[in-house]
Design a protein around this ligand. Structure first.
Ligand code: SIN
Length: 330
C-alpha cells in the first residue's frame, strides 16, 4: 500500500508539471553511533550527496546516537514505515535471517581486506538479499572494523575472562563465543554500554576502536586487549516496499549516492582503526594489551569451535566462502 502511495504521489507531481509545488520525499535515517564514526560519517555524506543532486526532490534526516530508535528497534520501525533507512551492525539481524550470523563467527576473517573480498564475492552479494521475504532489502555493506576486548582487568588468555560479565550485541553466536571462554554474556543495547561499565554492572565488552573511543568506553575500562577476534560491520537497509515503490530514477540516484557514501565511510573506518586506537593509548586512561602469538593461539583454540555449532543455521557453503576470502591466492 505504501509503495502505491509513493508511486501515485510521484506520478501526480509529474503530470502536474513544473509549476506544481511537490513535497520532497523524506528519508529518515536512524542509527545508534556517534557522528564522528564510520557509520556517522557515511550517513552525513549520503545526506549531503542526495540533497546536492536531488534538490527539492529528496530530503534526508539523519538521527545518530539512538536519538530516534536504538538497536533492533530500527528494523521494526523500518517495516512500519517510521524510518526509511538504517544501518544496524550485522550482529543485529538474527530475527530476520540466520545467514548473516556468519559475520559473528570468532576469528573467521583475518582482516578487513578479507571481509571486503567476501562481501564483494557471490555469497556476500547473495546475503544482501537474504531478508527480502521479510520485507528488508540490503543496499550495501559498510565497514567499521575488527573487535577488541575491554575489561576491568587485564585479559591475556581466555582463563582471565572466566566468570566475567561481558555486554554483547543481540547475537546467539556471541553468546556461544563468551560461553566458550566460561564468561557470562549479557545482551544489552549499545546505548546502555557506557553506564553499565561505569556502574560496574558488567565487567567488559567487545567493540571496535572507533566505538570504544567515540563512546568513551576506554574511560571506564582499565584494559583493552587488541584481540581482533571478530568484526563489526554494517548492512545499510531499507524497507523493500518503500524501495520498490520509488520511481526508477530516484532509486538509482539514491543507490549511487549511497555507494559513494559507503566508500567514504570505509575510508573513515580505515583511518579510525589506527587513529582512535592511538588516541586511546595517548589518553593513558586505559592500557592496551598486545597479545603474543602463543596467547592469541589460546583465544583461537577456545573460541573457534563455535563455528561448528552454527554451521547448519548459516550454511557450510557460506562459512567456506567467507573462510576462503582469507586466501588472496597470491
Ligand atoms: C554499532 O556500531 O552500530 C553498535 C555496535 C554495538 O552494539 O556494539
Amino acid at each position: 500500500m505504501r509503495s502505491l502511495i509513493i508511486a501515485i504521489t510521484f506520478t501526480a507531481v509529474a503530470l502536474a508539471g513544473p509549476a506544481a509545488t511537490a513535497k520532497p520525499l523524506k528519508i529518515k535515517f536512524s542509527h545508534v553511533v556517534a557522528v564522528n564514526t564510520p557509520k556517522g560519517q557515511m550517513a552525513e555524506k549520503f545526506k549531503e550527496l542526495v540533497e546536492q543532486r536531488m534538490p527539492g526532490k529528496v530530503e534526508v534526516q539523519v538521527f545518530p546516537s539512538s536519538q530516534l530508535f536504538g538497536d533492533n528497534k530500527v528494523l521494526e520501525a523500518l517495516l512500519l514505515g517510521d524510518v526509511q533507512m538504517g544501518a544496524p551492525s550485522l550482529s543485529k539481524f538474527r530475527k530476520y535471517t540466520k545467514k548473516l550470523q556468519v559475520f559473528d563467527l570468532p576469528f573467521l576473517f583475518s582482516d578487513i581486506d578479507a571481509v571486503e573480498r567476501f562481501q564483494k564475492g557471490p555469497k556476500g552479494k547473495e546475503l544482501l538479499m537474504s531478508m527480502e521475504k521479510k520485507g528488508i532489502t540490503g543496499l550495501g555493506y559498510l565497514h567499521n572494523g575488527m573487535k577488541q576486548l575491554s575489561a576491568s582487568k587485564p585479559l591475556r588468555v581466555p582463563a582471565d575472562a572466566k566468570g566475567l560479565k561481558f555486554r554483547i550485541q543481540s547475537s546467539d553466536v556471541l553468546v556461544a563465543q563468551f560461553k566458550a571462554i566460561k564468561a557470562s554474556p549479557q545482551k544489552k543495547p549499545f546505548s546502555e554500554v557506557f553506564t553499565l561499565l561505569q556502574t560496574k554492572a558488567i565487567d567488559g565488552q567487545e567493540n571496535t576502536w572507533s566505538n570504544i573511543y567515540s563512546k568513551k568506553f576506554f574511560e571506564v575500562q582499565d584494559y583493552i586487549t587488541a584481540s581482533n577476534h571478530g568484526l563489526i560491520d554494517y548492512l545499510v537497509v531499507t524497507s523493500t516496499e518503500f524501495w520498490q515503490g520509488l520511481p526508477d530514477d530516484i532509486r538509482a540516484g539514491l543507490q549511487q549516492a549511497l555507494d559513494e557514501a559507503i566508500a567514504h565511510g570505509n575510508a573513515v573506518a580505515l583511518e579510525k582503526s589506527n587513529s582512535d586506537r592511538q588516541a586511546i593509548i595517548d589518553s593513558r586512561r586505559s592500557t592496551v594489551i598486545d597479545l603474543t602469538p602463543e596467547e592469541k593461539a589460546q583465544w583461537v583454540k577456545a573460541m573457534k569451535p563455535v563455528w561448528k555449532k552454527f554451521e547448519k543455521q548459516i550454511g557450510k557453503d557460506v562459512i567456506d566462502a567467507a573462510d576462503a576470502a582469507n586466501n588472496t591466492g597470491s
